[in-house]
Each structure stands twice: as structure tokens, then as C-alpha cells.
Design a protein around this ligand. Structure first.
Ligand SMILES: [Zn+2]
Length: 52
């Protein structure tokens, strides 16, 4: 790779974007069961719990 110094920066940007998407998922999406956000929901599916 010609620019190895860019790799850490890319990894940091990727991690930040993942955290951002996770935050949107938890705060903006509404549960179909109880209508609450996934952050407060008690009946969320197992794959959502794995993200917490
Ligand atoms: Zn729910």
C-alpha cells in the first residue's frame, strides 16, 4: 500500500460510522411490538440485544 498512514484513519472513520448507525438504530427505530424505541423496548429481538 502506498499510503499506509491512511489505514488507521479509515479504521477510525469506519468505527465512528458503525457507532453512529447503531445509535440511529436504537434511538430512531420503533419497536413493532410496543411502539417504543429499541433503546427502551423490552421485547426487542435477540439480534438487537446483541448490538447493545
Ligand atoms: Zn418492544
Amino acid at each position: 500500500m502506498r499510503h499506509p498512514e491512511l489505514l488507521p484513519a479509515f479504521c477510525v472513520a469506519f468505527a465512528i460510522e458503525l457507532a453512529h448507525l447503531r445509535w440511529i438504530l436504537l434511538t430512531q427505530w420503533r419497536c413493532r411490538g410496543c411502539g417504543d424505541s429499541h433503546l427502551k423496548c423490552e421485547c426487542k429481538p435477540a439480534w438487537v440485544k446483541l448490538l447493545l
